[in-house]
Design a protein around this ligand. Structure first.
Ligand SMILES: Nc1ncnc2c1ncn2[C@@H]1O[C@H](COP(=O)(O)OP(=O)(O)OP(=O)(O)O)[C@@H](O)[C@H]1O
Ligand SMILES: [Mg+2]
Length: 521
């Protein structure tokens, strides 16, 4: 608990709170006297009744004015070293308040020193004032801003002197935030004596570190230094240190944030590049596996056809030799004809299969139908597809239930939609409905979150969860030996993607398989 008399006040002087000790010290009517101090002050009713200050009470003097870090409040504490009158306390407090109000918005050290000199001269009415900084590494002291012998504010950043020559420097360090005072001494400007008078030196600290000092003198007006003003000069040093500390902290944080942001942006960029590379690698890999799949599929029928043709070639050569040697018998001719017929039938069917495969592979190209888009109604489209394959569903005893919003219209390719639906139904028949007593297909369509949401489900054997992604890969099939190529779902996947949509298998507890397709209207 702070037992010192203290007041907390916001930076504009609009509001203040006194602690109990401050109430005991002051016996003034808050409304009149604090308002006199800060004309714009606002005090709410509660505060008015709680806090009263006695006028003309002898109060402890001077004050400590501390800016709370990261807030807009001052802590005004009354030091108990010296005695003074309320009027002087008011004067002192007001001057410091006005002075530091101007420093709040400053965000560079250079501006801080310059503004401080200008304001201190104007507000505190000091003849000459200068701020010097320690360069302890090199044992030097460096100028910032100050006033020349005529009291004009000048840039003194080129000034450098040796600390060793400043004999009073070490002992001044002990007087942290206190104006060390020479009441009658030589006064200098640019190394030249310009007269005699008082001068002060107040060391200021940023945190625990002494940073520099503020020098003042009366070389122009020769006026004596009132005791309250001397105290104010000590206070000025303390607050300069505080401002500097806050400013350095703020700038340090800013530069740290900037550094981190640069690093973060670099990482994001790298991640993006990695992602692009991965996508490219993925594309290449899928093209690679597609090509090897196509090659593998085509290879089989072509291989069979090649064997058939080679066999015909051999038997024909055999036959010719027999003819040339006059050894041909009717039996040989019969065998040859039968053999040739068998082989050429095999060749024809194999080459037909190769032709079919080529047609299927063509569908893998997602660009093929881009020009055939038209306005479609989802409900009508599904009914038309179902009608066209009614024979097949009826033959397999399949019941199809639809629940589709009649008002879903969209631009799309009817052919690719037909292909998607027939492929799904075909899969249900071929893979799903194995020993299923009442095969059922359900198709629903809704608009959900501005997207067309279609659910296709069957009550078949289902697809194990671990294969939910795999089945969309080209050439994945569980029925290769029955003539399936494993391209159906991959073609669907690419068509949906081309329409700007996505397809997935829903993870659900019911029996069967459920596909969810979403695409834009
Ligand atoms: N409705 C379904 N029920 C159970 N399994 C399914 C269903 N649909 C697809 N599958 C599984 O997914 C695999 C891949 O299906 P996809 O349509 O891509 O190939 P396919 O039907 O085997 O061959 P293709 O369609 O080229 O004739 C199938 O082999 C099957 O194992
Ligand atoms: Mg299929």
């Amino acid at each position: 608990m702070n037992k010192k008399p203290s007041i907390i006040m916001d930076i504009e002087g609009n509001n203040c709170i006194f602690n109990k000790e401050a109430n005991k010290v002051f016996n003034l009517d808050l409304l009149d006297d604090i308002r006199e101090l800060f004309p714009d002050i606002y005090l709410d009713k509660d505060m008015e009744s709680q806090n009263c200050i006695k006028k003309n009470t002898k109060i402890s003097y001077p004050i400590n004015l501390t800016l709370f870090k990261n807030t807009n409040h001052w802590l005004i504490e009354i030091k108990d070293s010296l005695e003074c009158q309320w009027d002087e306390f008011v004067k002192c407090q007001r001057l410091l308040h006005v002075l530091f109000l101007d420093l709040i918005s400053i965000n560079s050290e250079k501006d801080l020193y310059k503004t401080l000199i200008i304001k201190a001269r104007k507000i505190l009415n000091i003849d000459r004032i200068g701020i010097l900084l320690f360069d302890s590494q090199n044992g030097k002291i460096k100028g910032t801003w100050g006033t020349n012998r005529w009291g004009e504010v000048v840039d003194q950043s080129s000034y450098e002197g040796y600390l060793a020559e400043k004999d009073s420097y070490k002992e001044s360090l002990d007087f942290k935030n206190y104006a060390v005072y020479n009441h009658d001494t030589y006064l200098y400007d640019d190394g030249e004596i310009i007269g005699r008078g008082w001068n002060t030196k107040s060391i200021f600290y940023a945190g625990q570190k002494p940073v520099g000092w503020i020098s003042c003198d009366n070389s122009i007006s020769k006026k004596p230094l009132p005791i309250w003003k001397k105290e104010i000069l000590g206070e000025l040093a303390r607050m300069t240190g505080e401002f500097l500390f806050n400013l350095r902290l703020e700038n340090h944080l800013k530069s740290e944030v900037e550094k981190k942001t640069v690093k973060l942006n670099k990482t994001i960029q790298e991640l993006k590049e990695t992602q692009d590379n991965l996508i490219e690698a993925e594309k290449l890999a899928s093209i690679g596996s597609l090509i090897s799949g196509v090659a593998h599929e085509i290879n089989t029928p072509i291989g069979v056809a090649l064997t058939g043709v080679s066999h015909i070639e051999e038997t024909t050569k055999d036959l010719m030799e027999k003819i040339d040697g006059g050894r041909l018998k009717k039996k040989d001719l019969d065998i040859f004809v039968n053999d040739s017929l068998y082989s050429s039938t095999l060749c024809v069917s194999s080459l037909k299969r190769a032709g079919e495969l080529v047609n299927i592979f063509k569908q893998l190209s997602v660009d093929q139908e881009s020009t055939n888009n038209e306005e479609l109604n989802l409900s009508e489209l599904v009914e038309n597809v179902l009608l066209s394959i009614k024979y097949s569903t009826k033959l397999n005893g399949i019941k199809v239930e639809t629940d589709i919003d009649k008002n879903i219209n969209f631009i799309g390719n009817p052919k690719s939609f037909y292909q998607i639906l027939t492929n799904l139904i075909n899969n249900s028949i071929v893979h799903g409905f194995i020993n299923i007593p009442k095969p059922l297909i359900k198709i629903s369509g809704r608009i959900i979150s501005g997207k067309i949401d279609v659910n296709y489900s069957d009550n078949g054997v289902g697809i194990p969860k671990k294969l939910h992604k795999k089945v969309f890969e080209p050439f994945y099939t569980t029925k290769r030996n029955q003539g399936n190529t494993g391209l159906g779902l991959n073609i669907i996947y690419n068509s949906v993607l081309k329409q700007g949509g996505k397809i997935s298998i829903k993870d659900h507890k019911d029996k069967g398989t459920q596909f969810n397709i979403q695409f834009n209207i």
